[in-house]
Design a binder for this molecule. Structure first.
Ligand code: C5P
Length: 244
């Protein structure tokens, strides 16, 4: 169709894992592959939105860039990829594009901490002792909370979606955790999934529960990351239709 349910809307999606440099050759990173955020960017684009995809480190090819919106057609609105490294860079780009967006999806795995200092030259081991350095960390800002706060201040109508990757355990229900997180973050939708070293991160299939702030949606999706992306697109389109 020449007009999808999100036709004429702008979306910004973050994906991948941030990398926080320690010295010129080392960083603190995480296992996020970027697959879920890429699937979401493609699904939003297929629904008619023009999409800015903000990619931290990813393990898979990024979609093709269509930087020239003149080359975008009604069926294929623009998709532009922006690369970032650290959480602070991601925050800067998300705030910039978030300002203009109707839909913001924070799929990226953001490092909660970064090294307090960056060593200009490679950190070396001592040759005459077994001493190991102690690395001091500082907190990174919560980008998602910041985006919610900026929306509040501007009074804009903008749908903001967060993700929660809970490792959980036998005693804790990840969905209960998710509810508390949704309230804390203040976003409209939260996609809760359970992760472990070989579960979800980097995998093609996933198991998630969508929670919504207004209580209107609680949907489970078990399937591929494309299935999750399509369900999220449907939930977003429902909200867009309601506020029209
Ligand atoms: O607090 P937690 O890391 O579990 O929250 C996950 C959600 O918050 C994800 O949407 C993630 O992209 C976002 N996040 C963020 N800034 C951080 C940490 C997480 O925006 N520093």
């Amino acid at each position: 169709p020449s007009t999808g349910p999100l036709h004429g809307l702008r979306a910004v999606v973050s994906t991948g894992g941030t990398q926080e440099p320690l010295d010129p050759v080392r960083y603190l990173g995480n296992r996020s592959s970027g697959k879920q955020g890429i699937a979401i960017a493609n699904a939003l684009r297929a629904a008619g939105a023009s999409v800015d995809l903000v990619a931290a480190h990813v393990d898979v090819p990024l979609p093709e860039d269509h930087p020239d919106t003149a080359s975008a057609t009604a069926e294929h609105p623009g998709l532009q990829v922006h690369r970032v490294g650290t959480a602070l860079e991601l925050q800067d780009v998300m705030n910039r594009f978030g300002e203009l967006a109707d839909v913001v999806v924070m799929t990226a795995a953001v490092a909660d901490f970064r090294p307090a200092t960056f060593a200009e030259s490679k950190i070396k081991k001592s040759e005459d002792s077994d001493d190991a350095p102690v690395i001091e960390l500082v907190r990174n800002p919560d980008i998602l909370r910041g985006l919610v706060q900026r929306r509040q201040e501007s009074g804009a109508r903008r749908i903001i979606v967060g993700f929660a990757a809970e490792t959980g355990d036998a005693a804790t229900d990840p969905v209960e955790f998710g509810r508390a997180k949704l309230a804390r973050k203040g976003c409209d939708l939260l996609c809760v999934n359970q992760v472990g070293t070989d579960l979800v991160f980097g995998q093609d299939s996933t198991k998630v529960t969508f929670l919504s702030a207004d209580g209107a949606a609680e949907r489970r999706v078990e399937g591929t990351k494309d299935d999750v992306a399509r369900e999220l697109t449907t939930l977003i389109a429902e909200r867009v239709a309601r506020t029209d």
